[in-house]
Design a binder for this molecule. Structure first.
Ligand SMILES: *Cc1c(COP(=O)(O)O)cnc(C)c1O
Length: 230
């Protein structure tokens, strides 16, 4: 994609974030934009960084490790947002700052043991299956407190909050309800851990609904980099 287009897209997404934040009763004035760079080349990440972005999200470990390594000269913050298999935890623990997609104790424990001592604690969110679909990853609302208690005991991880990906093709009211459900769930978990501060919800098509319901982080790919081929 050409760089002028990229710059316009980034400005446009920034505008959408500010407008929705101003309208939201849960208004976070500084919503963190995570640019989802999966399938995009290193050059696109470099250009996005030149236009002011520092947080990038990736789903596929090998692709991500190549990119993180190639971009070590820049002060970027990397977020792992994809499904996690056990054999991927080592690479994630050593290359990422954040993980949004923890949905099992086993994965959390492996990340804890594999997080190098000299790195900052891994910042983590628990992925919640808010739409209740069996096909999707994410812990159920019922299992959530137990998983949170386990993760809070892992000293190399810092539990920050919750993440969700709603089912596709929901109407705007349903979407708002699901995002509201995640906000309520975070509020309840604060009785266990008052410092939880992160609601990672909202993507290119639904960031307004997510922000209306209190998103503190949005994960945006297409609206920044254009359509993906994969
Ligand atoms: C791909 C992806 C995104 C970005 O989706 P867009 O619709 O391109 O903005 C956000 N979150 C997760 C978990 C993703 O896998």
């Amino acid at each position: 994609m050409d760089e002028l287009q990229l710059r316009d897209n980034i400005a446009n997404v920034g505008q959408r974030l500010r407008l929705s934040a101003a309208k939201s009763q849960y208004g976070n004035s500084d919503i963190l934009l995570v640019a989802v760079s999966k399938t995009r080349p290193v050059s696109a990440v470099r250009a996005a960084h030149r236009f002011g972005l520092t947080h990038f999200g990736e789903n596929y470990l090998q692709e991500a490790v190549d990119k993180v390594t190639a971009l070590e000269d820049l002060p970027l913050i990397w977020h792992f947002i994809g499904p996690i298999q056990s054999n991927k935890t080592q690479g994630i623990a050593t290359h990422f700052d954040w993980v949004h997609s923890i949905d099992r104790e086993k994965i959390a424990t492996r990340l804890h043991y594999q997080r190098p001592a000299e790195m900052r604690r891994l910042q983590v969110c628990l992925q919640v299956n808010i739409s209740g679909e069996s096909s999707k990853s994410g812990v159920t609302m019922t299992q959530l407190p137990e998983l949170a208690r386990s993760v809070l005991k892992l000293s190399r991880l810092q539990l920050r909050g919750l993440m969700a990906i709603p089912a596709p093709d929901m109407d705007p009211d349903q979407l708002r309800n699901e995002f509201a459900g995640l906000r309520v769930a975070l509020g309840q978990l604060r009785t266990l851990a008052p410092s939880l501060d992160t609601l990672s919800m909202g993507m290119s098509a639904d960031m307004e609904s997510a922000i209306a319901e209190g998103a503190t982080m949005v994960r945006v790919g297409t609206a920044i980099f254009g359509p993906r081929n994969r």
